[in-house]
Design a protein around this ligand. Structure first.
Ligand SMILES: Cc1cc2nc3c(=O)[nH]c(=O)nc-3n(C[C@H](O)[C@H](O)[C@H](O)COP(=O)(O)OP(=O)(O)OC[C@H]3O[C@@H](n4cnc5c(N)ncnc54)[C@H](O)[C@@H]3O)c2cc1C
Length: 557
């Protein structure tokens, strides 16, 4: 006996779950998403919303790009994840995007974004797609309120005004008197001021917020539904098939039948301290920038009906190096250092005061180097001029000195009048740091980093400062006072998930599909093992396998 019957029941309202529900609803199925929190979007809502889709149709040589991407992934991932999964990703990713665009979503080509391993044959530029800003007013006030607010540091006014990343970069040129930046500031400010008369925050939603809001809008237009505060707590089976789930709906156990199947899209387990301790390397990360709902519920749900979890890898996650501070309201901010490390005049050092990596590599590679060299935590070190110009972590560029005091007092930002004083303040070997800074200054003058090659890779160069010479990634550390911020490993998305096949069906221990059960997003094992090929590979996979799961479920009678 069930309390409610739908065609497709989806657990989780992130990129994967909403895509599955939307594709199903568009095919005429009744689709219900249960979301255990009060907010739409999970970690996707916090994210940049970028999707890595090799061979997408905006690339000038799309078929050749897909072939190159296959070579790239074969080399990077090898046999650590089933080749069948990356084949499905490459074969259907572009079609998934085209399908979503036909259903009303819009993406913009991030044409200059470079893959994360330009040393491997088949790497590419421009495989990333970014969601176009979405007008939150289309949702209506009540649904708009449900969209999870972004990470405050990734927006202005404490999260109230969202920007595209390119817009944030452009606004910074205001400090150099750019009229285009002034015009943009006026346009965004006027829209935001008008919004604030009627809404609690700006309604122009960008990045991951824009993506989940657009998926939600198109879903409800097709009579799909998201039920908030509803947590899937058990799966219902009948004759070996998953036919629904028991949902804790605000304290009431509701049995929901699912004629075509259940899609698990709960976002993995980055927010579960116990699963982090079990599957992530030591020292175990204490923090994550992922949303709190990612506690691995689905792994337990699937296991209870015979579903298998993939074989653990070395790290089982994708990494951000993050600094951890307190906001003025007392909440904890976990700030991912995605791009700033590449700027000239910033180095990363260990306890001996030595550098350990080209600071401009991808965030995932940076944290792997931290673990490989036993550098947990690491310190990002810079001088007064660089801090003002580029900012660092919670310290925004050109932040007036009085506004930095909060971060100095809390210990988030540490300062010293000399490099030696700074070293003593952060507990790093002072002679070591002095020698490292002297060598970095010499490299900056010559424009060549002999030791780690910062500035030598197309990936790192894209996030340097093109107006800085002789090398866009190398700058001196010489203008007192000196500063440092501590960074620690934080999982942004877990990669260890349920075994699936190329249609998104969950597999049992002997490799057979479990009828009626699907997984996508971080609940599914990553097609990349725990490698990070390029910007957007998790949302790219979530959209692709959400789409594939819905199509497979729709085709099953
Ligand atoms: C700051 C940041 C930036 C990022 N930027 C990018 C990017 O640009 N591109 C990219 O590819 N990746 C990015 N990532 C990673 C990416 O956001 C995630 O990997 C991806 O969004 C996960 O999508 P998902 O659909 O699997 O889960 P989520 O978006 O996390 O959604 C899962 C939802 O399921 C709900 N849920 C869990 N269990 C249950 C249950 N039992 N019942 C009901 N509901 C449940 C959760 O509450 C949550 O709302 C970023 C991550 C961070 C932290």
């Amino acid at each position: 006996m069930t309390d409610l019957e739908v065609d497709l029941l989806v657990v989780g309202s992130g990129a994967g779950g909403l895509t599955a529900a939307l594709v199903a609803a568009d095919a005429g199925l009744s689709a219900l998403v249960v979301e255990k929190t009060q907010w739409l979007g999970g970690t996707t809502a916090y994210s940049a919303g970028t999707a890595w889709i090799p061979g997408h149709r905006r690339l000038p040589e799309a078929p050749a790009d897909a072939v190159a991407a296959r070579r790239y992934l074969d080399e990077l991932v090898g046999d650590r994840a089933p080749a069948q999964l990356r084949e499905a990703y490459l074969a259907h990713g572009p079609a998934a995007i085209d399908h979503l665009e036909r259903l009303g979503l819009s993406f913009r080509h991030s044409a200059s974004v470079v893959d994360y391993h330009p040393e491997i044959d088949g790497w590419g530029t421009g495989r990333a797609l970014e969601p176009e800003p979405f007008d939150g007013r289309l949702l209506g006030a009540e649904r708009f309120r449900r969209v999870r607010r972004p990470i405050p540091e990734f927006a202005l006014f404490g999260g109230a005004l969202m920007l595209r990343r390119a817009e944030a970069d452009q606004l910074l040129t205001l400090f150099r008197g750019s009229p285009r930046a002034a015009a943009l500031a006026l346009r965004l400010g006027a829209r935001w001021a008008a919004d604030r008369l009627r809404y609690p925050r700006g309604t122009r939603l960008t990045m991951g917020n824009g993506l989940v809001a657009a998926l939600f809008h198109q879903l409800v237009r097709r009579s799909g539904e998201v039920r908030f505060g509803a947590r899937a707590v058990a799966l219902i089976t009948e004759g070996g098939r998953v036919v629904g789930a028991v949902v804790d709906d605000g304290g009431r156990a509701v049995r929901i039948g699912a004629r075509r199947g259940v899609v698990l899209a709960g976002g993995g387990f980055a927010a579960s301290p116990s699963l982090r301790a079990e599957f992530l390397p030591r020292p175990t990360p204490d923090f994550t920038p992922a949303a709190g709902g990612a506690t691995g519920d689905s792994l337990a749900l699937a296991r209870s009906v015979g579903g298998a979890v993939a074989a653990p890898q070395e790290d089982n996650t994708m990494w951000f190096p993050s600094s951890v501070g307190r906001r003025r309201d007392g909440s904890v901010a976990v700030f991912p250092h995605i791009w700033d490390r590449a700027k000239p005049g910033i180095i990363a050092v260990d306890a001996a005061g030595r550098r350990f990596i080209d600071e401009s590599v991808s965030y995932h590679r940076f944290v792997r180097a931290m673990y490989a060299t036993s550098t947990v935590p690491a310190w990002l070190v810079l001088d007064a001029r660089t801090l003002t110009r580029y900012g660092l972590g919670l310290i925004r560029p050109h932040l007036p000195a009085p506004l930095r005091r909060h971060h100095l007092r809390s210990g988030y930002l540490v300062t010293g009048a000399t490099v030696r004083e700074l070293a003593l303040a952060i507990g790093v070997d002072a002679g070591g740091l002095e020698r490292t800074v002297a060598a970095a200054n010499d490299a900056a003058r010559r424009g060549v980093d002999d030791e780690f090659g910062k500035g030598g890779s197309p990936y790192g160069r894209q996030y340097g400062d093109p107006d800085h010479g002789p090398d866009p990634n190398l700058g001196p550390i010489e203008k007192a006072p000196f500063y440092a911020v501590e960074v620690v490993p934080t999982p942004l998305a877990t990669t260890l998930g349920l075994r699936i096949n190329g249609a998104g069906q969950v597999l049992g221990v002997s490799g057979e599909p479990l009828p009626g059960l699907y997984a996508c997003g971080n609940d599914a094992q990553s097609a990349m093992a725990s490698e990070y090929p390029g910007a957007g590979c998790q949302i790219g996979a979530a959209l692709t396998f959400g789409y594939l799961a819905a199509r497979h479920a729709g085709a099953s009678a």
